[in-house]
Each structure stands twice: as structure tokens, then as C-alpha cells.
Design a binder for this molecule. Structure first.
Ligand code: HEM
Length: 455
């Protein structure tokens, strides 16, 4: 982004790669020099970047009603059927119904999460085992299984065949990657360029088409099925499940709700799992302690075991603190005049919560740049300062699912395998550019070990 400082200290131009993890950290360094809320001008709009937990909470929790909007954009509108989705849409009656229906359907599905995650986790471990001890890049495997978890939750036994689902999860990954490309992003900033041919944009539209065809086919399969599986998220959204809230969504809203759950829940959770594995490769002794903790619990870890496996839980929290998969959350937009950190704010201002910086605030965390799960075992940990899922009215509706999934999948992996670096050595930990903060590609060896309790 091309930036001009607009904090009254004279104009100064600069560039910033917002989709690069270093971009978020650079923003926080600027913020530390210029106060907890950085004020910028970007693409003709005022942009505020709060980088402390206090200012993020002030905006999104205390003044949540002021910041409920999302900024509109050319690309956002192309990929979201004109903003009819949950994540990119602004508050209107259709959006409120969609949000209530999705949150209600996810809460209802929570009851069958344990068995579903065990089944998916077992399949994940089987796939990892099928590679023997040959080096493998785990990211694609993780992405397929997080995508498959969402598919099982949405469609129950009517899940599409694995080949179709694998192609779909690949399509989602590519879609986010192409959308984040600077040659495509520039179309949001410079409208004149929209008149010129743009191969990146053509690819993006092809991927959106693939995504929509897949989702539409699943909805139709469900609608024509004489006895659709009970208790699926899609069933609840269609109003099939007795007593469920939901139903009454317009076809585009229903379609986009499913898209949001897939996009929101696939790459983010896979990225967090990838980071956890990367950090554990750097800390073999922590792996051994985690395995010992898992051996002390009967049977495979379930979502209900979080209290009994504190080190596993702490490892996940620390991974989400140090490398939040959505480091700049999603942008918010002020619906009316308001204020932040003592600064007056006009309606239409964009807010970019810098979660990455807030979670590495040296005033809150000791050695903030070090991976130290043990900090979450000590009494008085500032857990309220952990915001990887955002906060307030637009916080992530998939938080419970993501936390349970990370807990069960990582627990099962550590119970079954010892993680060892592949031929390229230890993975880098600085992150690679993209809409989701991912670990740079690496390969590792998964060495099977005897699961506790097996003969
Ligand atoms: C580790 C995994 C995940 C992380 C770190 C994460 C993080 C986030 C963050 C930071 C936001 C933006 C909050 C804001 O606007 O301030 C968000 C929004 C959202 N997430 Fe997640 N998420 C994860 C998993 C999931 C899952 C599993 C789902 C779905 C099942 C999901 C669905 C969504 C949706 C639909 C929104 C938009 C909410 C709205 O605009 O009101 N996410 N997520």
C-alpha cells in the first residue's frame, strides 16, 4: 500500500506490504513510535491501525456498534456476490439473519464435535502414516483435513467424494493466494487499471466459479435427498432440523454462508497447525513432555479434555499468540462519527486491528518474541490479552470449532508420531506473505511411535 501519514506531523509517504507478516510488525514498530493508534491514508481513505489490546478492545468491544461495518471494495464485491456474505458484508437485516443463523447452527453442531473430530483426526493420522518416514510437506494434508472437517459439519454423511473435496480445498487455497497478489490487489486502489486485461483477475474469477459450482451442487444434493442426514449445519440453515433457528435465508445468503465457513475454517486452522508443528520441531524436549502428558490420559484426546492436558492447551495458545493466522484480522469500517484513543474519527474510516503486534506487546508479555507455551501454565497469565480470533460483535464465529480441532488433531499427531526435521533442516519461523499468515514451506519426517494403551 502507498501510505501517507496523516497524524498532523506533516505528510510523509511510504510503502507497506500489508499482506506480509513483516508488514504487520512494521506497523507495530511505527505505532510504538507514534502512539498506540497509527493513522494513515490509504487508497483515498482514512485508516486507523490500533496495535495494543487496549485500543483494539476500545474500538471492537466498548464501541462495537460504531465499528460493525466492513469497508466495501471492488474485489471483495466480486468474490462475495455483491457483499452478500457474512465476513465481508455490512449490517443490514439480511446480514443479521445470516449471522444469527450461522452462529446458531455452529452452536447446535457443537454437540457432535467430539466424534466428528476423532474420525477426521484418525483419517489425518492415517494419511500421514501412509508416507512412511519419507519427508513430507504437511500443509496440504492439513488443509485437506480442515476442509473435510467443515464439509462433515455442514453435510454430515452427504460429504462429496474425497477427490472432489481435495480439488475444492486446493481451489480455496489458490483463491486466497491470487486475491492477495499485488497485481490483483492494485485493482482496488487504482480503478483505471480495471479496464486493462489482468490474467490474475481472470484466474480469480475462474476460482470463484469453481467454488460456487461446488457449493451449489452440495446444496442441491441436500435439497433433493429424500432423507437428508440429521443435525447438519446445512440442514439447520435450510430449516430442516426441528426447533432450530435458521431457515429463511435467501439463496445467495445461504450460499455465501457456506462459502464463509469453508474459507474461514480451512486455511486458518491448517496454518495454525502448521505453525505448531514448526515450533515443536525446534523444541524436541517439549514434544517429549507433551507425549508424556498425553500418555497420562486414557484414550484419544477429545474436546472435553482441555483441562486435563494443560501443556497441549498452552502450546496451542502460544502458537496462536505468536503467529495468529489472521494477523490483521479483517478490516472494520466506522458506521458513524466516533473516537479512538482520544482521536476523533469520521464515519467511513477503516480500522485494521493489528492482532500480531498486540499479542507481542512487551508491556504485557515477557520475551514476547519467544515461543514459550510454559507462560500459559503460570498463574496470572494475561489470557484476556490473547485475541487471535478478534473480539466484540464481529469476532470469529468459528473460535470454538478451531480450538477444538487444533486440540484434537495436534494431540492425535503427537500421540502417534515423533516429529523430526526433514532434509532441509529446521523450518524458518518468520512467515510467508499472504492473506493468511503461514509458515514458509518445510518438510518433516513423521516417525511413528507406539500410541499409549496399544498392545
Ligand atoms: C485458527 C483458526 C481461526 C482463526 C485464527 C480465525 C480468526 C478470525 C479473525 C481474526 C476474524 C476477524 C474478526 C474481526 O473482524 O475483527 C475472523 C472472522 C471470521 N471467521 Fe475465523 N478464524 C479461525 C477459524 C475459523 C473457522 C473454523 C470458521 C468457520 C467455521 C471461521 C469463520 C469466520 C467467519 C465467518 C468470520 C467473519 C465474521 C464476521 O464478519 O462477522 N473462522 N476469524
Amino acid at each position: 500500500a502507498l501510505l501517507r501519514r496523516s497524524d498532523g506531523r506533516g505528510p510523509r509517504w511510504g510503502t507497506l506490504h500489508l499482506l506480509h507478516p513483516q508488514g504487520a510488525l512494521h506497523l507495530s514498530r511505527l505505532a510504538r513510535r507514534h502512539g498506540p493508534v497509527l493513522r494513515l491514508r490509504m487508497g483515498g481513505r482514512d485508516v486507523l491501525v490500533p496495535s495494543s489490546v487496549g485500543t483494539i478492545r476500545e474500538a471492537l468491544v466498548r464501541h462495537w456498534g460504531d465499528w460493525l461495518g466492513r469497508p466495501t471494495s471492488y474485489l471483495g464485491s466480486l468474490v462475495s456476490r455483491g457483499g452478500r456474505d457474512l465476513a465481508l458484508g455490512g449490517p443490514c437485516p439480511g446480514w443479521r439473519r445470516q449471522r444469527g443463523a450461522v452462529r446458531g447452527a455452529l452452536a447446535r453442531a457443537g454437540g457432535r464435535l467430539g466424534p466428528l473430530l476423532w474420525l477426521q483426526g484418525r483419517e489425518l493420522c492415517e494419511e500421514l502414516r501412509s508416507h512412511g518416514e519419507a519427508p513430507l510437506d504437511p500443509f496440504e494434508v492439513f488443509t485437506f483435513h480442515t476442509c473435510s472437517t467443515i464439509a462433515r459439519l455442514l453435510f454430515g454423511d452427504l460429504v462429496p467424494p474425497p477427490r472432489e473435496l481435495r480439488a475444492f480445498s486446493h481451489c480455496l487455497g489458490e483463491l486466497l493466494q491470487v486475491w492477495g497478489c499485488s497485481s490483483v490487489q492494485v485493482l482496488d486502489l487504482l480503478p483505471l487499471l480495471r479496464a486493462l486485461p489482468n490474467p490474475g483477475l481472470r484466474k480469480l474469477l475462474r476460482l470463484v466459479q469453481h467454488r460456487d459450482t461446488f457449493v451449489e451442487a452440495q446444496i442441491q444434493r441436500h435439497q433433493v435427498c429424500p432423507s437428508p442426514p440429521p443435525d447438519t449445519v446445512l440442514g439447520t440453515l435450510l430449516g430442516h432440523n426441528f426447533g432450530a433457528r435458521g431457515g429463511g435465508l435467501s439463496p445467495p445468503r445461504l450460499h455465501m454462508a457456506l462459502v464463509d465457513l469453508f474459507i474461514g475454517g480451512t486455511e486458518t486452522t491448517a496454518a495454525a497447525l502448521g505453525w505448531a508443528v514448526a515450533f515443536l520441531l525446534h523444541r524436541p524436549e517439549l514434544q517429549a513432555r507433551l507425549r508424556a502428558e498425553l500418555e497420562g490420559v486414557q484414550g484419544p484426546p477429545g474436546p472435553g479434555d482441555m483441562g486435563r492436558l494443560p501443556l497441549l492447551q498452552a502450546t496451542i495458545s502460544e502458537t496462536l499468540r505468536l503467529r495468529p493466522p489472521a494477523p490483521l484480522a479483517l478490516p472494520h469500517c466506522a458506521l458513524r462519527h466516533t473516537s479512538l484513543g482520544g482521536l476523533p474519527v469520521v464515519a467511513g474510516t477503516v480500522l485494521v486491528p493489528n492482532l500480531l503486534a498486540a499479542q507481542q506487546d512487551p508491556d504485557i508479555w515477557q520475551h514476547p518474541e519467544v515461543f514459550l507455551p510454559e507462560r500459559f501454565l503460570a498463574p496470572g497469565t494475561p489470557s484476556r490479552s490473547l485475541l487471535p480470533f478478534g473480539c466484540g460483535a464481529r469476532s470469529c464465529p468459528g473460535e470454538g470449532l478451531a480450538r477444538a480441532e487444533l486440540f484434537v488433531f495436534l494431540g492425535l499427531i503427537l500421540r502417534e508420531f515423533r516429529l523430526e526435521p526433514g532434509p532441509g533442516g529446521l523450518p524458518g519461523l518468520r512467515g510467508s506473505p499472504g492473506t493468511v499468515l503461514r509458515c514458509p514451506p518445510f518438510r518433516l519426517r513423521m516417525v511413528p511411535c507406539q500410541p499409549p494403551g496399544s498392545p
